[in-house]
Design a protein around this ligand. Sequence first.
Ligand code: 5RP
Length: 222
Amino acid sequence: MTQDELKQAVAQAALAYIETKLEDDTVLGIGTGSTANLFIDALAPHKGRIEATVASSEASAERLRSHGIPVFDLNAVDRVDFYIDGADEANRALQLIKGGGAALTREKIVAAVAREFICIADDSKLVHTLGAFPLPVEVIPMARSHVARELVKLGGDPVYREGVVTDNGNIILDVHNFAIAQPLGTEEKINNITGVVTNGIFALRPADVLLLGTASGVKTLY
Ligand code: 5RP
């Protein structure tokens, strides 16, 4: 199976996973990226059963609206029942690296609110140690050089993602050559650098379920 077919399979599996749990007033959090896009497309025929969604990016909000699916501001809902999103890397503790699509801050906010975070990914994303994928860090623009120097002190090799402005008006530094042996501590340490908005380690709030697309079918990891 191709990577796209595996992504399609986990998008369908996520729909099946939530379908039995949908209530009349279910609020869905929707992530960002190619796997999340496939989930949005799979959700479209069932839009009559969806009370509200909140989106982790302007791009996903636009795609949801293009299907006629209602999108709300997070402040207009009192809860998010399920958050469905992809990942750049996942380990067996369901700790993730996210932010390849530069949406990490809004993704982290929606994940923080969600009662259940369902991560969907093809099996190329499953790793033993996080960090082969360069870690995205969202930074206030004037703090770019300061934050980069602090990331070098932590042992990483930050690279400015040229031409990218996040939905929040900030920039992204991608930290290369940075094996993350202690995801919890590293997430906290980077967040404590002045000028960092957030970083792409999702360990303080990992996924609750990982639906992993493999050649032998979709596996469910808890
Ligand atoms: C966007 C993300 C995405 O979830 C991550 O980049 C995975 O993307 P894809 O599903 O296209 O492989 O974190 O900020």
